[in-house]
Design a protein around this ligand. Structure first.
Ligand SMILES: NC(=O)c1ccc[n+]([C@@H]2O[C@H](COP(=O)([O-])OP(=O)(O)OC[C@H]3O[C@@H](n4cnc5c(N)ncnc54)[C@H](OP(=O)(O)O)[C@@H]3O)[C@@H](O)[C@H]2O)c1
Length: 307
């Protein structure tokens, strides 16, 4: 457990607005780092779990294994995950077995509040192994008598995110590469809004909710890249349409180079990934934010940009 945590002390249920001791699984990741900072900003104490913190989910596959980590914990956030199976990591171990064991352990230990970071698309329409494994853990959590939240974020944007870095680079090119027409529908959300949602889950009186964590409006993939371009102070650029068949052929030979190039991930992009933002806006008490163009860019938003 993190040294910053106060000693466990046979405490009663925490006041929802008061500082809590939070077990944060996936604390070393992109979302985990932002969530940890957001928790700290509200005086919550964080007990981190990740391989970087010496804890491998592959070994945390039973409620008994989680039990010692839950002592003195008020709430649990699971922000661990993988986009592709590689280096011995499997969806079954990371997305299903360990989280299910964790949720069971929470029910046994009386750690009522559990926030599961799932993914937009992990619903009845799921077809990829990634989404199906996320959904399996979400369903397991929903069956337990806990104060659960299942958050299903769309693509999360933050300058230090792995996919954001790649997409920002693509958006700076003289011709912006897009898959096929570039009209795949996505609804990116800013990492600050994802964190605000997680914090709100810790204090919300009404639990047992599934929320799609999306930006204010659906965009096409091409529009998103133009927005990323505007955010870097550049005017809209022409699109370079990569034929879909070429992208799949590249995925077959070079899928190992980046998770974004994997066949399943191309299929998920093609299928689109959007949702109604109103329930999130209601939960947050405001609309999620839009990515602003760099001041002085004069590029405004990308609708109507060259194509
Ligand atoms: N980023 C997005 O746009 C986005 C959108 C929707 C949903 N999500 C979901 O949100 C979750 C986090 O995404 P992210 O972007 O933060 O991913 P990330 O940067 O790759 O972080 C993944 C986290 O999971 C941990 N992890 C992976 N395998 C582990 C293992 N065997 N044992 C312990 N910890 C393990 C990693 O820690 P170590 O490597 O140190 O072990 C890391 O802390 C994922 O489930 C992802 O599917 C993300």
């Amino acid at each position: 457990m993190d040294a910053s945590l106060p000693a466990p002390a046979g405490h009663g249920l925490p006041q929802r607005g008061s500082p809590q001791r939070v077990l944060l699984v996936g604390a070393s990741g992109f979302l985990g780092r932002h969530i940890a900072a957001a928790l700290a900003s509200q005086s919550h104490a964080v007990a981190p779990v990740s391989r970087r913190h010496g804890l491998d989910l592959a070994r945390l596959d039973s409620p008994e294994a989680w039990q010692p980590l839950l002592v003195g914990i008020d709430a649990v956030i699971n922000a661990a995950g993988i986009l592709v199976e590689q280096q011995g990591q499997t969806f079954e171990a990371v997305h299903v077995r360990a989280p299910q064991a964790l949720f069971d352990a929470c029910a046994r230990a009386g750690v009522q509040r559990v926030v599961q970071i799932s993914a937009l698309g992990a619903d009845g329409s799921a077809f990829s192994a990634y989404h199906l494994s996320k959904r399996a853990a979400d369903d397991a959590l929903r069956r337990l008598p806990l104060d659960w939240f299942v958050l299903r974020p769309s693509l999360v944007h933050g300058a230090d995110g792995h996919s954001a870095r790649i997409l920002m680079r693509c958006a700076r090119l003289p011709w912006i590469p897009v898959l096929g027409t570039g009209r795949q529908r996505i609804q990116p959300v800013l990492v600050e809004d994802l964190c605000a949602t997680v914090l709100a889950c810790l204090r919300a009186p009404q639990a047992r909710q599934t929320l799609d964590v999306v930006g204010p409006e659906p965009l096409t993939f091409a529009e998103w890249l133009q927005r990323l371009r505007a955010a870097q102070g550049r005017a809209p650029a022409r699109l370079l349409h990569i034929p879909t068949a070429w992208a799949y052929a590249a995925a077959a030979v070079a899928g190992g180079l980046s998770p974004l190039l994997r066949r399943d991930n191309l299929r998920m992009l093609e299928a689109g990934n959007v949702a109604d933002a109103k329930p999130l806006a209601q939960f947050l008490g405001r609309l999620p934010a839009t990515l602003a163009p760099a001041s002085g860019a004069g590029a405004a938003h990308a609708e109507g940009a060259a194509s």
